[in-house]
Design a protein around this ligand. Structure first.
Ligand code: 13P
Length: 252
């Protein structure tokens, strides 16, 4: 059985004081919760606060990006070695905002995924189609293409451990959530693409999340789908009460 995983992607929100306050408030709200894995991917400048304030809570801490080199002349970048040094658990890779705004391509994303494993970080690999690609019926082709490209240099064992997030670009921050059935259909097809390449046993172990306008009101229906193993949440993860409700979706 795949354990559900709900991850907050704070994007470029929150100062250090705000991050600290969030941690103080989330601790009691998620105390004793162990049915679902929970993690927060924060801006790099807040990661030390999260590590300190979320100690012994079971809530994981993740980064939102990294550059695939141990160190070097890469002004403005953060390395996986630095994240490892800080005890970080997860790193989001290939978010559509990185692909679209910062022009990251599949080759760079593939190198980042490989590099994350070299430093003991669990990658959360994002894939997703643009609205015009969905309308042209290219959703599965586009997303499976992004996915298989990113996995190319991995062993089956590494593939098993990774987390994939299917995030249709048109559903991010727009309030337009994919229907639970649409999300399920695409995620099922992605699992099949992994099975075709690495075998069914590997594909059955990979946790695949849905992301895009997930809220406490729609999380339960999404999570009820057999292939949806979690959610990657932007806007609705910024308030402790809302994030706690998402993680505790089974209790609603
Ligand atoms: P929203 O939940 O704000 O739509 O963002 C989704 C997302 O991009 C998470 O990575």
């Amino acid at each position: 059985m795949r354990k559900p995983i709900i991850v907050a992607n704070w994007k470029m929100y929150k100062t250090r004081v705000e991050a600290e306050q969030f941690c103080e408030e989330i601790r009691p709200l998620l105390a004793g919760q162990d049915k679902v894995d929970a993690a927060i991917c924060a801006p790099a400048l807040q990661l030390d606060i999260l590590k300190a304030k979320l100690q012994n809570t079971g809530i994981g801490v993740g980064a939102q990006n990294m550059y695939p080199a141990a160190e070097g002349a890469f002004t403005g970048e953060i390395s996986p070695r630095m994240l490892q040094d800080m005890g970080i658990d997860y790193v989001i890779i290939g978010h559509s905002e990185r692909r679209e705004i910062f022009k990251e391509d599949n080759e760079l994303i593939k190198a980042k995924v490989k590099s994350a494993y070299e430093y003991g970080l669990c990658p959360i690999l994002c894939v997703g189609e643009r609205l015009e690609q969905r309308e042209a019926g290219e959703t599965v082709e586009v997303c499976a293409g992004q996915l298989l490209s990113a996995l190319e240099d991995l062993t089956a064992e590494e593939v098993e451990q990774m987390i994939v997030a299917y995030e249709p670009i048109w559903a991010i921050g727009t309030g337009k959530v994919a229907t639970a059935q649409d999300a399920e259909d695409t995620i099922k097809a992605l699992r099949q693409a992994i099975a075709d390449k690495y075998g069914a046993a590997t594909a059955e172990k990979v946790r695949i999340q849905y992301g895009g306008s997930v809220k406490p009101e729609n999380v339960k229906e999404l999570m009820a789908q057999p292939n949806i193993d979690g959610a990657l949440v932007g806007g609705a993860s910024l308030k402790p009460e809302s994030f706690a409700k998402l993680v505790r979706y089974q209790e609603a």
